[in-house]
Design a protein around this ligand. Structure first.
Ligand code: NAD
Ligand code: KPL
Length: 305
């Protein structure tokens, strides 16, 4: 029998993965926060995926973290700031050699999770897929994209990539996953905070060309210092390309702030500034950007960590 995918976090990406795996006949179990959420989930009758305007519901079985069934494969689909605690709760249930797939954006949470579960293999992911919730237990598949998966310490691809093929989840195994994560982090640092501070769509940054370019210079310096020259290559051109290609969109950080949600700042700009300080690298514009963003978040009553 094939290994069950436990999905931790029934949010946008967790639901997007759970429904597609379930649709392909792959064994999936959802882990929700507590008994109250489990009751609410059972009352809803399943997870609903809205794709190309049509909705389908999948009665994915669910449980709470307290359940005692062993876990061999865990998709961690929480926000970066919840991942470590959420995984720590499940640590006693992990089998020896269990595999965790970490969907978190940015950097920092992956190492924190790995330190909590040294017995497990942690695989990081970087995704350009887009999804949002339009109701409890309902997700809209908003942007088709790609997910890169990799394990910096162990280059061999796992066999369960076949489940992703069956589920039609576009993916690629990457032996350079850290480079991908750093590149995405740099893009997010150059774009997302400025869209929040200027209150604009990504395309609005075309009016702030110099500010973006200055950040790209500092981010390039940081990536080089971190031993990530490939992630630094032509960064400014790539940032400009993304700004143009996504001109009509609001960045994920802009949307979090607009919906009064906690941002993942500590795992994006915060992580970049922390690593720069560790390398004794002086990046004044990046630090100033973080200060401005923190002040802005405080002024809105939002957490800055
Ligand atoms: P989300 O907020 O929609 O979902 C997170 C879910 O995790 C929530 O339902 C929350 O209740 C649950 N959760 C948190 N702690 C838990 C716990 N202890 N036990 C059980 N459930 C718990 O977040 P999301 O948008 O799916 O994002 C997840 C990660 O994926 C983020 O790091 C995000 O940056 C990244 N990402 C998201 C998208 C997207 O389009 N949504 C795209 C690329 C990357
Ligand atoms: O990933 C993004 C986000 O909004 O989080 C893009 C579109 C690349 C902007 O940084």
């Amino acid at each position: 029998m094939s290994t069950t995918w436990h999905i931790l976090g029934a949010g946008s990406l967790g639901t997007l993965w759970a429904t597609r795996l379930a649709r392909a006949g792959v064994a999936v179990r959802l882990i929700v926060r507590d008994e109250n959420r489990l009751n609410a989930y059972h009352a809803a009758g399943g997870l609903t995926l809205v794709e190309h305007g049509s909705a389908s519901t999948y009665a994915v079985p669910a449980e709470t973290p307290d359940s005692d069934a062993p876990i061999s494969r865990l998709l961690v689909a929480c926000k970066a700031y919840d991942a470590e605690h959420a995984v720590a709760q499940l640590a006693p249930r992990l089998t020896p050699g269990a595999e965790l797939i970490l969907l978190q954006n940015g950097l920092g949470s992956q190492d924190a999770v790995a330190a909590r579960v040294p017995q497990a293999r942690c695989i990081s992911a970087s995704s350009t897929e887009g999804a949002f919730r339009d109701g409890d237990w309902r997700v809209v598949f908003a942007g088709h994209g790609y997910t890169w998966l990799g394990d910096a310490g162990h280059p061999v691809a796992p066999i369960w990539l076949d489940d992703l093929n069956a589920a039609g989840i576009p993916h690629e195994w990457s032996t350079e996953i850290l480079t991908r994560l750093w590149r995405k982090l740099a893009l997010n640092c150059a774009i997302n905070p400025l869209t929040v501070l200027h209150g604009c769509r990504n395309g609005g940054l075309q009016d702030h060309h110099c500010e973006v370019a200055t950040l790209c210079v500092e981010l390039t310096e940081l990536l080089d210092r971190c031993g990530q020259p490939a992630a630094a290559e032509d960064l400014q051109q790539e940032v400009e390309r993304v700004i143009q290609a996504t001109a009509a969109n609001y960045s994920s950080m802009y949307q979090d702030v607009a919906h009064q949600r906690r941002t993942e700042i500590s795992y994006l700009l915060g992580h970049a500034c922390k690593v720069a300080a560790r390398h004794q690298l002086n990046l004044p514009h990046l630090n100033q950007l973080q200060q401005r963003l923190v002040t802005h978040l405080h002024s809105l009553g939002l957490p800055s960590d």
